[in-house]
Write a protein that binds this ligand. Structure first.
Ligand SMILES: O=C(O)CNC(=O)[C@H](CS)NC(=O)CCC(=O)C(=O)O
Length: 287
């Protein structure tokens, strides 16, 4: 871990383009974690679907494993321990652990510097959306949504969210009011909605909550060699780091890579003392 002062935290967002083979995706993720740790990161974050992104649910059913048997999780826990860093695995697609429901789960993990799992969070809001004929998603057909918000005790209190959750501001407000000072939004945003909504929603969540918002993203064209008949999926990229005043501190662009910033943590109290809206909620009669 780097030698930064206690009110500083050096974060590294890893932007990647995963395909549909977890074993093939892992080496690039490991290489980026080692590079970010070598450059002094305290907290490293990967995007949604770090192990695999596939349109082929039958293939996922063959490949995906439950949490306790997942090779990506095991390998990345080893990396966090070896480097002595905090690691937010944006999400892994996993076989679910509910006997009565055979859907997968889309689960985020916060890994502590000793390699232990500090927190896990199952994506709450499912992306069941028809953007256009060519861009139609029904995430809930394949994934079982979670049912609870998670505030993790990381290097500071962290509110865990995933991708489409970004459109539900009440989740972020609840996390901030429960003590979050940093919010994570790992994503695989669609290019169409990414262009129109990604940055403004992330900045809004930061402004509303007085939190740092860290949003590591998938980018580019995702290879899916087992379904040549299908149009490949694309992701918006633009991993973003936003400060509690709503300013974009860094943007990861549209290609794979590492985006690093040293955060001045005193900015959380600074923003909240200037605009104390988090403590000004009023109850009101329903409309
Ligand atoms: O399907 C998988 O295997 C992994 N899950 C995802 O990639 C999810 C559901 S398709 N993507 C999003 O939520 C994008 C949201 C978005 O783009 C928006 O809100 O505009």
């Amino acid at each position: 871990m780097s030698d930064t002062a206690p009110d500083q935290l050096t974060v590294a967002l890893l932007q990647m383009t995963v395909g549909d083979d977890p074993q093939a995706n892992l080496p690039a993720t490991v290489a980026m974690i080692r590079e970010a740790a070598g450059r002094g990161a305290d907290l490293i974050l990967t995007p949604e679907a770090t192990n695999m992104l596939s349109p082929d649910r039958a293939r996922q059913a063959q490949i995906l494993r439950p949490e306790g048997e997942d090779q990506t999780l095991a390998a990345l826990r080893d990396e966090a321990r070896a480097a002595g860093v905090w690691l937010l695995i944006g999400s892994l697609a996993l076989k679910g652990d509910d006997a009565g429901d055979d859907r997968f789960v889309n689960r985020s993990f916060l890994i502590a510097p000793d390699g232990s799992i500090a927190a896990r969070y199952d994506k709450l809001h499912m992306f069941d959306v028809r953007i256009s004929e060519a861009e139609t998603f029904r995430e809930s057909a394949a994934y079982r949504p979670g049912s609870r918000a998670v505030l993790a005790q990381g290097p500071m209190p962290v509110g865990l969210t995933i991708c489409y959750d970004l459109r539900f501001p009440q989740l972020y407000r609840a996390l901030a009011q429960a003590g979050a000072r940093l919010l994570t939004v790992p994503a695989a945003f669609s290019p169409t909605t990414g262009m129109a909504h990604w940055e403004v929603l992330l900045r809004a969540r930061a402004i509303e909550t007085g939190c740092f918002v860290l949003a590591p993203a998938q980018c580019g064209i995702h290879p899916a060699p087992h379904s040549p008949d299908r149009k490949p999926r694309r992701s918006h990229g633009h991993s973003l780091i936003v400060d509690p005043w709503g300013k974009v501190l860094a943007d990861g662009g549209v290609t794979p890579g590492i985006t690093m910033v040293s955060l001045d943590l005193s900015m959380v109290d600074g923003a909240r003392s200037r605009i104390p809206s988090l403590s000004h909620d009023r109850s009101f009669d329903a409309p």
